[in-house]
Design a binder for this molecule. Structure first.
Ligand code: B12
Length: 471
């Protein structure tokens, strides 16, 4: 065994089983540049974003590290099998490997849970080198390093990802971040973040904060913005935040001065009953006021919303689309509620015998492509049939897809920002048209022998249609 590690971020297969490849993406995961920074100096490293480049199966690295944040874990498993056949040691890490450890374990030598820092990576690699690798490593959260941006070609992404924290203070039932970080948020040292921003400033002006909630630590966020302003950075950026940021007018002004143009906010639903039912911990009554404050600070809002909650009915599509328009949401990002395996929501629906999937295998097979919506109803909603929910979801997209609406939503005095939102809203409309066409085909569902459990069959919107029955 040599001291060389090959880190791979797999892509995934399209509906024909072809590997999805491209020259650029809106943004990309930070896993590889982060991990690259944790590899000990006496180890050689090689990195691969499979979306952009082919995997080097002939690498001389003895250890293969595979990252997985979602259904690309299927492709990760294909790679793992091939590398193991070639005598390599395979280690998995990332969200999905953690959520689906039993699923991935037969295909690798170890699963790394959490965010390993420099000491943890040293130990894992030395264990592998000495032939005493453990099956699981629980690393907690160690982010005490400067992300290695040499590992990422910023020209390939429209928005270069940066991050200041992992986790979130909220414990929403549907969110995998809640099940992984259990309501905790850990921030990175600001000196690392500023050093990264200094490095990036010479290369790009467009960045996106990948934090689940940039507003988790109020004082930290203020210090971040003040530091960006003091250093004269001229980044244009967006970030994810919870809507309570709308009460903090001073911080909103700082955000704007530091270059923030848009906040991506998980509103989820405008119904208080729905928010309570999934432990969202925020009040729908405050949405209007907070949204107005954010707009007043000159920041646009892209809102994550879900359909199919327990208090949603067939009338919800009309109401939700009205509220999106009234609240001048620049970009609605809407999904059918998804019971992610490993979340509180998944367990509750299972206990209530309402799940239409059995496990992560079913979930991952019926997952979707980059930046498309979750459009399959994988459970029995309370006031609708699964079919009605899927129908209502498409209706909702349709209600927000008119040319007039798209243009009204997208335009502001900032031309570049308008172009960004126009493009995103055009993709939103395209998704609606695609789903409407697929609707009839999707009605062909697989019903198991007893007819009790409905497993939505792979359709054109399913990236892993070809993977039925095999991981
Ligand atoms: C950037 C991002 C994207 C980008 C880029 C995706 C890509 N594949 O490159 C885009 C916008 C395209 C995207 C798409 C999607 N995403 Co996304 N995305 C993110 C986001 C915001 C940041 C990820 C990131 O960079 N994190 C920072 C890095 C440093 O953390 P990390 O990935 O956990 O890596 C650390 C550890 O896990 C570990 N580690 C990771 N890999 C490995 C490997 C080894 C060998 C080792 C030792 C350790 C290790 O070390 C790293 C450093 O500490 C996260 C949410 C979040 N805040 O993390 C959602 C998130 C990962 N995405 C999510 C989802 C649902 C999706 C989509 C399905 C959405 C959609 N409808 O299109 C798609 C699916 C994409 C796919 N291929 O699976 C979910 C995952 C849900 C799940 N798996 O259960 C998340 C958690 C958001 C959420 N709260 O729901 N996404």
């Amino acid at each position: 065994m040599n001291k060389k590690v090959y880190l791979i971020q797999p892509t995934y297969r399209d509906k024909f089983g072809k590997l999805l490849k491209g020259k650029s993406l809106y943004t990309i995961s930070l896993a590889l540049p982060s991990l690259s920074a944790t590899i000990p100096p006496d180890w050689e490293k090689q990195l691969c974003y499979e979306f952009f480049e082919d995997v080097d199966f002939d690498t001389d690295a003895s250890i293969i590290g595979i990252s997985s944040m979602g259904y690309e874990i299927y492709r990760g498993i294909e790679l793992a099998k091939e590398f193991r056949r070639r005598g390599k040691t395979v280690i998995f890490g990332g969200f999905q490997a953690h959520m689906s450890t039993d699923f991935v374990a037969p295909h690798c030598d170890a699963v790394v849970h959490g965010n390993p820092g420099i000491p943890a990576m040293k130990r894992i690699l030395e264990d592998a080198y000495e032939g005493k690798l453990q099956r699981d490593y629980h690393c907690g959260v160690d982010l005490d390093y400067q992300v290695d941006y040499r590992a990422l070609d910023t020209r390939r992404v429209l928005f270069t990802p940066v991050f200041t924290s992992v986790g979130c203070n909220y414990l929403c039932d549907y969110c995998c971040i809640a099940s992984i970080y259990k309501g905790n948020c850990r921030v990175r040292k600001l000196r690392h973040v500023f050093a990264e921003l200094e490095y990036l400033h010479g290369r790009t002006r467009r960045i996106a904060f990948m934090d689940t909630n940039i507003h988790s630590r109020h004082t930290y966020l203020k210090a971040l913005c003040e530091g960006m302003i003091e250093r004269g950075f001229r980044f244009v950026w967006g970030a994810q935040a919870t809507i309570d940021i709308g009460d903090d007018e001073h911080t909103l002004r700082l955000l704007r001065r530091a270059g923030c143009k848009a906040l991506f906010i998980g509103l989820e639903s405008f119904s208080q009953a729905n928010l309570e039912a999934v432990n969202k911990g925020l009040s729908a009554e405050t949405y209007g006021r907070r949204i107005r404050n954010i707009h007043r600070a000159g920041i646009k809002i892209a809102a994550f919303l879900m359909y199919g909650f327990d208090h949603d009915t067939q009338d919800t599509a009309a109401e939700l689309s009205r509220l999106v328009t009234e609240n001048r949401i620049a970009l609605p990002m809407i999904n059918l509620l998804v019971p992610l395996p490993g979340t509180v929501l998944f367990e509750r629906l299972r206990a209530e015998n309402r799940l239409l999937i059995r496990d992560e295998g079913d979930f991952l097979r019926n997952n979707i492509g980059y930046n498309s919506s979750f459009n399959l109803c994988l459970f029995r909603p309370k006031h609708m049939t699964p079919d009605e929910a899927e129908e209502g979801f498409i209706e909702l997209l349709g209600r927000l897809s008119g040319y007039g609406q798209i243009i009204r939503r997208s335009f502001s005095r900032d031309l570049k920002l308008s172009v960004f939102f126009l493009h995103s809203n055009w993709l939103f409309r395209r998704e609606y048209i695609r789903l409407r066409k697929l609707r009839s085909k999707r009605l062909a569902v697989a019903v198991d022998a007893g007819g009790e459990q409905r497993i939505p069959c792979a359709d054109k919107s399913t990236a892993f249609g070809r993977h039925e029955g095999r991981p």
